[in-house]
Design a protein around this ligand. Sequence first.
Ligand SMILES: Nc1ncnc2c1ncn2[C@@H]1O[C@H](COP(=O)(O)OP(=O)(O)O)[C@@H](O)[C@H]1O
Ligand SMILES: [Mg+2]
Length: 269
Amino acid sequence: MVNADLLTAPPPAETPLPGVALDLRHISHEYRLKGEPLPVLDDVSLTAVPGEFVALLGPSGCGKSTLLRLVAGLEPPTAGELLVDDAPVTGPDPSRVVVFQDPTLYPWRTVWRNAALGLEARGLLRQQKHRVDEALAVVGLDGFASAFPHQLSGGMAQRAALARALVNEPRLLILDEPLGKLDSLTRIAMQGELVRLWQAKGFTTLLVTHDVEEALLLATRVVVFSPRPARIRAEIKVDLPYPRHRDDPKLVELRRDVLGLLGVGDATQ
Ligand SMILES: Nc1ncnc2c1ncn2[C@@H]1O[C@H](COP(=O)(O)OP(=O)(O)O)[C@@H](O)[C@H]1O
Ligand SMILES: [Mg+2]
């Protein structure tokens, strides 16, 4: 029997693309420094289910950014297997987008044209201009489409970088300390925005942060690394509903545990 509703109903509203599944198997990586090997990652195995938000915490220089570069496909690991949706990562892909600490906007381009970069590079801009408008609206910059980067505050520039990432409809959003340089009030506001975006879009998220509280406020799971070469020291499931509150006693307790794992006493944070 034909369902008449199906024949006459308008097409469904664009549904967000699902996040990817990540499967890192025994990843090791080393650089060469003055001819000597520099081990950076040591047998890291990590998985994420579609739509999960995983935060990576570890001492400075332990290898966190390196791990993100490998997942983004910017370089291959020295050893181990890296699978996205069960397929090996062989290079960068528009479905996996990295946002760095420094927004790196082109100063000669407007906010709109900066956000449009990914579509332009793929020759899709003419048909899909609306995606740029939508991404700017999502990050609250629709009123600043024609502004230039020097006319933006730090938080707005970081939002523009986020819009540039979202235009590509990432299925994996890779964030390398994206809020690290923001003042604390802007940072708190952006943390809330990130959670809302992630909940609305459903992408899988990998976030590197040096802020224990930020990791616990945002992520469904926190992975703690050792000093270089990075090994996984612990994985902590953060089973708290959103929006989370930094003074939630459960979060405060987790923070103490994580600081202990990082070898840092209570006095520092
Ligand atoms: N391209 C490179 N060549 C050589 N050494 C590198 C390179 N990139 C990073 N390193 C070194 O690898 C180590 C880990 O760096 P990184 O992954 O950036 O750490 P993190 O992000 O945890 O601070 C550091 O000692 C850094 O100096
Ligand atoms: Mg780094």
